[in-house]
Design a protein around this ligand. Structure first.
Ligand SMILES: Nc1ncnc2c1ncn2[C@@H]1O[C@H](COP(=O)(O)OP(=O)(O)OP(=O)(O)O)[C@@H](O)[C@H]1O
Length: 254
C-alpha cells in the first residue's frame, strides 16, 4: 500500500512477522484499522496476539513486513519514539502514581513537557484542564478526582490507567485484555467507556471474554498460529467454520 491510498486508515500492517529461533510466532499479518474504528483481536492461547501488539508498539523487532501509523512508517522504531508518534498502549499491570490523586495523575499525564515541570507546580493550560475534565467524565471517575489512586478499586484503577492514555490523545490505542480480573459490573462499565471512545479514537483490543466482545466489537480479526484466520463481524466470526475448527480442543469461542 502506498501513502496515497492510506487516507482514513489509522494503522496498517503489511506482511508483518517475527520468528523466534525459526518458530514463526507472527506470520505475514496484513491488517488495516480505519480512523475511529474499534477492532478486536481474538485468538486462542499462543495465537500471537501479544506478540503482534509487541511488534506494533516497538517492544519486539519485526523480522519481516511493515507497520504504518497513518502515513508514517514506524517499523522497528524504538518503543518511546512510537509512543511519541501517537501510539498508546495499556498493559494489564497499572502504572498509575499510587500516592497522587486521580486528578493529579491525569494532569501529570496530560502535561506534555517532562513531568518535572508539572511536579514543580506549573499548571496545565485551559485546553489541558478541559481535556482532564473530559477524561474524568469519560472514565466515570468524576466523583473520585481527589481520591488518592492507591485507594481505588481494581476496576477504578484500570479506568484511571485508560484515562492516562486517553488524556494524551494518542492516534491509536492498543489495549491488552482490558477486563482481566474485573467483576461483571466492572466489565460492563468498561464496555460503556470503550464504546464512548469509539469514533473519536482508534482502538485495537485483545480480549478473550466473548460477552464483552459482543458489547464492544464491530469488526473482529481472528489470529491462529500467528496468521490471520478470519475477519468479520461478531456474527460472522461466531459462525465461521474455520474459527470453530481452530477453537476445537480449546475451551471454545465464547
Ligand atoms: N520471546 C519469545 N521467544 C520465544 N517464543 C515466544 C516469545 N514470545 C512469544 N513466543 C511464542 O509465540 C507464540 C505466540 O505467543 P503470544 O504470547 O503472542 O500469544 P497470545 O495469542 O498472546 O497468547 P495468550 O492469549 O496466551 O497471551 C507462543 O507459542 C509463544 O510461546
Amino acid at each position: 500500500m502506498t501513502a496515497g491510498t492510506r487516507h482514513g486508515i489509522a494503522l496498517t500492517l503489511d506482511g508483518l512477522g517475527v520468528s523466534f529461533g525459526g518458530f514463526r510466532a507472527v506470520d505475514e499479518v496484513n491488517l488495516t484499522v480505519a480512523d475511529g474504528e474499534l477492532r478486536v483481536l481474538l485468538g486462542a492461547n499462543g495465537a500471537g496476539k501479544t506478540t503482534l501488539m509487541d511488534l506494533i508498539s516497538g517492544r519486539t523487532r519485526a523480522s519481516r513486513g511493515r507497520v504504518h501509523l497513518h502515513d508514517t512508517e514506524i517499523t522497528n522504531w524504538p518503543e518511546h519514539r512510537i509512543a511519541r508518534a501517537g501510539l498508546g498502549r495499556k498493559f494489564q499491570i497499572p502504572s498509575v502514581f499510587r500516592e497522587l490523586t486521580v486528578r493529579r495523575n491525569l494532569e501529570v499525564a496530560a502535561f506534555r513537557a517532562p513531568s518535572v515541570r508539572a511536579n514543580l507546580g506549573f499548571g496545565l493550560d485551559a485546553a489541558g484542564r478541559r481535556r482532564v475534565d473530559e477524561v474524568l467524565e469519560l472514565t466515570g471517575l468524576a466523583q473520585e478526582t481527589e481520591t488518592v489512586a492507591g485507594f481505588l478499586s481494581h476496576g477504578q484503577t484500570q479506568w484511571l490507567e485508560l484515562g492516562l492514555l486517553v488524556v494524551r490523545s494518542p492516534r491509536v490505542i492498543l489495549l491488552d485484555e482490558p477486563t482481566a480480573g474485573m467483576t461483571q459490573a466492572e466489565t460492563l462499565k468498561t464496555a460503556r467507556i470503550i464504546n464512548d471512545l469509539k469514533g473519536s479514537h482508534t482502538l485495537l483490543v485483545v480480549e478473550h471474554d466473548m460477552a464483552f466482545v459482543r458489547e464492544i466489537a464491530t469488526q473482529i480479526t481472528v489470529l491462529h498460529l500467528g496468521r490471520v484466520l478470519a475477519e468479520g463481524t461478531v456474527a460472522e466470526i461466531e459462525t465461521n467454520a474455520d474459527v470453530r475448527a481452530a477453537y476445537l480442543g480449546t475451551k471454545g469461542i465464547g
